[in-house]
Design a protein around this ligand. Structure first.
Ligand code: 2P0
Length: 360
């Protein structure tokens, strides 16, 4: 599909008011998106596990205005309270997507949103938040255009979510989502995420992700700034090439379930992401001492136990510990005994691979 496919020509129905709620999950990238072009076009393709427990629930109550507004008309409530400081981000998002959802200025929107994870956990809510919001808007569009099919609904929700936050386009469906054009992946697109279209071994069907909350503070450098530092970055081209290669290498790994190969790619991606940050101008470090302590403990335990846990990192200090269902008991015991001590206030979140957003 092209950008033009997402610009509606005419709506077939009229709707005065309604309310819709979606719960959208977070996701964790295995091959990382880091670097982008204008309009949130990724500099390289990425792939992620959709999560289950970490999610944002958003409702929109929409009421048709008597006359089309000059600007967007909306109120925003976060966990039941008005949240003025989130409004500029939503305003920017609406301005970016207006062309694709021209009904926006015809309604007043009451947006109510909340997260399943603690507010200041250092877990990014932009992916799940923008995905939930995009899905609510698509529901309104579907009311106006009732012949819309389910595939188009999902693709366009992902397309809109991407314009809010790049990684959000991977939070619409589950359980393995790929975003960004890649030669070896049929149907891949820079515009939206797709369900990974090839064989996935059953070992990955119920993978676990225990998120260790190492540092719950505000990050020193936002992801948007980090992405932009990939412009004129000395290793940018090699990095973008490497992401393509790692995705190619993952195709047979997903099919075979060879976890030792999976681990090598996933951990390398995490460390390369942070190496890019350290090699940016200006340089920065988002890992904390406890991030490294945990990584070393994971390596030691993997060697001594023969289990297949591995780590990945987001743009922050928290560590995602990934492991298969059949090693759950042994790995979880290790996490409790050895790793939780490195978490801020001993906090962690037990999550696992999920199946995408749901209408509530
Ligand atoms: C990812 N991250 O693939 C990478 C890996 C973090 C580390 O995408 O500027 O919040 O809103 O497009 O998507 C985080 O960046 O950035 C991110 P914007 P986003 O998940």
């Amino acid at each position: 599909m092209t950008i033009e496919d997402f610009i509606p020509t005419q709506y077939s129905h009229e709707i005065q008011q309604g309310k819709v709620t979606f719960k959208a999950p977070s996701n964790i990238a295995l091959v990382k998106y880091w670097g982008k072009k204008t309009d949130q076009i990724p500099a390289n393709p990425s792939i992620s596990f959709t999560l289950n427990a970490c999610a944002t629930t958003t409702s929109i109550t929409y009421t048709k205005l008597n006359t089309r507004g000059a600007d967007f008309s909306f109120d925003l409530f976060f966990e039941g309270k008005p949240k003025e400081d989130f409004k500029p981000k939503i305003q920017t998002f609406f301005a970016r997507i207006e062309e694709y959802v021209p009904f926006l200025k015809e309604y007043h929107l009451k947006i109510e949103t909340s997260n399943s994870f603690p507010h200041s956990s250092g877990i990014a809510s932009s992916a799940s938040g923008m995905a939930a919001l995009a899905l609510c808007l698509m529901h309104i569009e579907k009311e106006l255009c009732q012949e819309m099919n389910d595939d188009f609904f999902s693709y366009k929700a992902s397309f809109l979510a991407r314009l809010g936050s790049g990684s959000a386009c991977r939070s619409i469906e589950g359980s393995l989502i790929q975003w960004g054009y890649h030669n070896d992946i049929a149907g891949s697109s820079n515009l939206y995420g797709i369900k990974y279209p090839y064989d996935v071994h059953k070992v990955f069907h119920n993978y676990h992700d225990t998120i260790l909350l190492v540092d719950k503070g505000q990050k020193q450098v936002s992801s948007t700034i980090g992405h932009n530092l990939m412009h004129n970055h000395p290793f940018a081209e090699q990095r973008f090439g490497q992401a393509h290669e790692n995705l190619s290498k993952l195709i047979p790994v997903f099919a075979s379930g060879k976890l030792n190969d999976f681990i090598k790619i996933v951990e390398s991606e995490a460390l390369t992401l942070h190496a890019m940050m350290m090699a940016s101008t200006p340089y920065f470090i988002l890992m904390k001492p406890n991030t490294l302590q945990i990584i070393n403990k994971i390596w030691e335990f993997r060697k001594s136990s023969g289990t297949h846990l591995c780590f990945t990192l987001d743009a922050g200090a928290n560590v995602h510990v990934l492991y298969p269902e059949n090693e759950k008991a042994e790995v979880y015991q290790f996490i409790k005994d050895e790793l939780v001590a490195f978490c801020e206030n001993g906090q962690y979140i037990c999550d696992r691979i999920g199946f995408g957003a749901k209408k509530v």
